[in-house]
Design a protein around this ligand. Structure first.
Ligand code: CA
Length: 482
């Protein structure tokens, strides 16, 4: 065979390099992962529901319309610090060691940002970190400590020793400012992963003054369970009733001004508290939406839309008056659901709606999949990249395992199983005596708002036996023990 001339080799090498570059650009998209705190699905217009017409989320809705919305995305332990540790590590709480709000994240752990770094990604996190120890795996970090504050937050840039007060700023806005500034100075020849974590919509919902008039004259629709007993019927779980919130709001510190009650009737007080609570919550959500819009506009302006995976999600859900509850922690739907939208026009068809069950343990493997990498052997979740393309693997999960570890009587520890149609919960933390432990069962088809615990009616049925068996199996599969 006649040897190729040198110029031919150079041309072929050039073609090869061009091919590699193009392929890499296609398989190594940028990642923008936006996370908020407690921004529950009822407060996102694109999820429908009773607040859809009141939630001001046009940008989040557009993100969903241009990509995918996950209808069954759930948290495996619905509380802030543990959910964040799970998102990073792809592991359940009992495995990564962050089971409760008190636990600190071990920065030596393997996690998604470290693996993205190893794949050549530039990584950054801005905003709420909440994992106590110094962030690892990020080339750049600029975070608030613990909860931080809504107005004039103190940001710690690459050191936890000295923070800087962001004078005259609002947390949701200033986090985005810092995140976009980092994007501006990045190396444009390497992919990036930016995590932008808002403090909103965590209590105490100090909204920006520009949203003070939003919903001012609106009467927010109440959930049907607002005015009844606290908690689902035949549940023994006390939870946090709105009366606790009323007390806090009357004292001030929530929203721009204290709650002023115009009635002494307990149910009327509950209703007035609910109105202020939800309006303040939605106002904080409006600022998030505007800033999601700013990120979308930035990506468009810089020509990055087609090569960037853009996610917006929340660390878990929240009760907005359902069962007369506020707060999260429970395995009930409002708290369990992690609203999640994602856009990646290169492979996710616009208008995609996903029914498959996705968990926060899956986030890290999925981001690594997009980056062309592999999850570590220690990661327990599974990439749902194919699911988003409409190709749901035949062996995709049909049930999930949940466990909440913190234990106090109003909000007892529990674990359980959720399938597409049913939910079985075991409250092991209802008291010192083992006989106080209690099962609860909800038929999600007949009772989607979980108004009635029907365990006693069906305790001996094949369905309950099957759910208990599957629960034990799931618990063993994820390596947890009762
Ligand atoms: Ca949270």
């Amino acid at each position: 065979m006649k040897p190729l001339a040198c110029s031919h080799w150079l041309r072929l090498a050039g073609l090869f390099l061009f091919h590699v570059t193009v392929v890499n650009a296609a398989v190594r998209p940028n990642i923008v992962f936006i996370l908020s705190d407690d921004h529950t699905s009822q407060a996102w217009s694109c999820y429908g529901g009773r607040l859809a017409a009141y939630a001001h989320t046009p940008n989040i809705d557009r993100l969903a319309a241009e990509g995918a919305i996950l209808k069954n995305s759930f948290c495996t332990n619905a509380i802030c610090v543990p959910s964040r540790a799970t998102i990073l590590t792809g592991q359940y709480s009992h495995r990564n060691g962050v089971k409760t709000l008190k636990d600190a994240f071990d920065g030596r752990s393997d996690h998604v940002a470290k693996r993205l770094q190893a794949l050549g990604y530039q990584t950054a996190i801005v905003g709420k970190w909440h994992l106590k120890t110094e962030p690892t795996g990020f080339d750049y970090w600029n975070i608030i400590k613990r909860q931080g504050r809504y107005h004039e937050p103190v940001l710690f840039e690459m050191t936890l020793d000295k923070g800087e007060v962001q004078e005259g700023s609002y947390s949701t806005d200033v986090f985005t400012d810092k995140a976009l500034a980092w994007l501006d100075q990045r190396q444009s020849d390497r992919p990036f992963c930016l995590m932008l974590h808002f403090k909103a919509t965590h209590e105490p919902w100090n909204y920006h003054p520009r949203h003070a008039d939003l919903l001012e004259d609106a009467v927010i629709p109440e959930p049907e369970s607002l005015l009844g007993r606290t908690g689902p019927k035949d549940s023994r779980v006390p939870g946090w009733p709105l009366e606790i919130l009323t007390e806090r709001m009357v004292k001030g510190g929530h929203g721009a001004e204290a709650l002023r009650l115009s009635s002494a009737d307990p149910l009327e007080i509950r209703r007035q508290s609910y109105q202020k609570f939800v309006k303040d919550f939605l106002r904080c959500g409006a600022a998030i939406d505007e800033n999601v819009g700013r990120v979308m506009a930035y990506l468009k302006r810089k020509g990055l839309v087609n090569q960037t995976v853009l996610v917006y999600t929340s660390d878990q859900g929240y009760f907005l008056g359902e069962h007369n509850y506020f707060d999260k922690r429970f395995m009930l739907e409002e708290s369990l659901r992690m609203p999640f939208v994602i856009r990646y026009p290169a492979e996710i068809p616009s208008g995609t709606s996903v029914e498959a069950m996705v968990l926060n343990v899956d986030f890290a493997p999925t981001l690594l999949d997009y980056a062309g990498g592999e999850p570590s052997a220690a990661m327990q979740g599974r990439s749902f990249r194919k699911v988003l393309k409409g190709e749901v693997p035949g062996d995709w999960r049909q049930a999930m395992y949940y466990r909440y570890f913190e234990n106090s009587l109003p909000r007892p520890s529990h674990f359980g199983i959720r399938t597409h149609g049913h939910k079985l919960i075991y409250y092991d933390g209802l008291g010192e005596a083992p006989e106080a432990a209690r099962w609860e069962f909800y038929d999600l088809g007949a009772d989607p708002y979980e108004n009635v615990n029907r365990y006693d009616e069906v305790a001996g049925s094949p369905l309950i036996r099957d759910l208990k068996e599957r629960l034990v199996q799931l618990q063993a599969e994820v390596g947890d023990a009762p």
